[in-house]
Design a protein around this ligand. Structure first.
Ligand SMILES: NC(=O)c1ccc[n+]([C@@H]2O[C@H](COP(=O)([O-])OP(=O)(O)OC[C@H]3O[C@@H](n4cnc5c(N)ncnc54)[C@H](OP(=O)(O)O)[C@@H]3O)[C@@H](O)[C@H]2O)c1
Length: 306
């Protein structure tokens, strides 16, 4: 076994859990020794009783710095690489840059940040963490990568607002009009992340992680209609209506305003682009929305979790 650990913050979430799964099997396809993996979340426990020896769960809360150190003593050797997923707050950059310093003092060398296609370096929240990593990287003080994925295909099966409206009303809501998005699969984001965390050569760059098909919410509704065998309709809201809808689902007001502003940007073409990053980094073509929808069908038919 290698004598270094990889810490995956948000390791039980949509992308983090896939990173953990892929890291757990990656060594067998690459002939490298198994990685030691730390899965961090507030819950800090495993849902399955059996855990391989090289995988540990640790309790970690961005908002409680007393919890930050446990990951660094979970294995008897250092954490060398860290995957960073932001908490759901607009002051995330302050916590995340403090944590980067905290981890560096304890021997961490490589940081891979999950940002978003819509967040430029220096922009709000993760954007500031992006520039921080780039700046320290330029000075040779750490190795870094920033993933900037577009909107996840999995949102339709993971986010309660979408699941509820598809199941109960046969509707999906947005304020994106006819705007198109290159929907990306969480498994593809994870595959890029695994390379960024483990490749011998440090990436020291950003990756705009986009799917290959440009689809509007109306076209997504069309695919869901085919897959589910019942008519699914896209309801095009105003930005204010979407904001209120997000708040009804428990989203903080400032965050809901940011989310509806993103939909308005999409309406005017901000996500109307694709690239070959997934193929170039992983060697595999991006997954298609229809395949995701077929695999998630049970969520919309029976309410089973994805
Ligand atoms: N969804 C999209 O379309 C999209 C597109 C681009 C970028 N993004 C970005 O992707 C990120 C979300 O990634 P995801 O969807 O993979 O995550 P997710 O499924 O929402 O999971 C969040 C993870 O973080 C943990 N977590 C939540 N609050 C925490 C806290 N205070 N301290 C420590 N851990 C905490 C959760 O576990 P516990 O609850 O147990 O703590 C869970 O493991 C966000 O930064 C978002 O902006 C999303």
């Amino acid at each position: 076994m290698s004598s270094q650990a990889i810490l995956v913050l948000g390791g039980t979430g949509t992308v983090g859990s896939r990173i953990v799964r892929q890291l757990s099997s990656y060594h067998s396809t690459t002939n490298s020794p198994p990685y030691h993996i730390l899965i961090a979340s507030r819950n800090g426990t495993s849902s399955s009783e059996e855990q391989p020896q090289n995988v540990r769960h640790v309790s970690f809360d961005w908002h409680n710095a007393d919890t930050w150190s446990s990951a660094f003593s979970a294995f008897p050797f250092p954490v060398r690489s860290v995957y960073l997923i932001a908490p759901l707050s607009l002051d995330a950059d302050r916590l995340m840059t403090s944590f980067v310093d905290f981890a560096r003092e304890r021997g961490a060398r490589r940081f891979v940040l999950q940002s978003a296609s819509s967040v430029e370096p220096g922009g709000p929240a993760m954007g500031k963490v992006h520039s921080y990593l780039r700046e320290l990287g330029t000075r040779g003080e750490l190795e870094w990568a920033v993933l900037r994925p577009t909107w996840f295909q999995q949102n339709f099966a993971n986010q309660s607002n979408h699941v509820k409206s598809i199941r109960e009303e046969s509707k999906i809501y947005s304020a994106t009009g006819e705007g198109k998005i290159p929907w990306v699969a969480a498994d593809d984001i994870a595959a890029v992340a695994v390379r960024a965390l483990t490749n011998k050569v440090p990436p020291n760059t950003e990756y705009l992680v986009l799917g290959s098909e440009l689809l509007s919410y109306g076209e997504i509704a069309g695919i869901l209609t085919d897959v589910l065998g019942r008519k699914i309709v896209h309801v095009d809201l105003s930005a204010e209506e979407l904001e209120q809808r997000h708040q009804r689902f428990g989203m903080p007001e400032d965050y809901s305003k940011m989310m509806s502003a993103m939909d308005t940007a999409i309406k005017f073409g901000s996500e109307n682009r694709t690239n070959d990053v997934i193929l170039a980094v992983t060697g595999a073509a991006p997954r298609k929305f229809r395949d995701f929808a077929l695999s998630a069908k049970d969520v919309w038919e029976t309410g089973k979790k994805e």
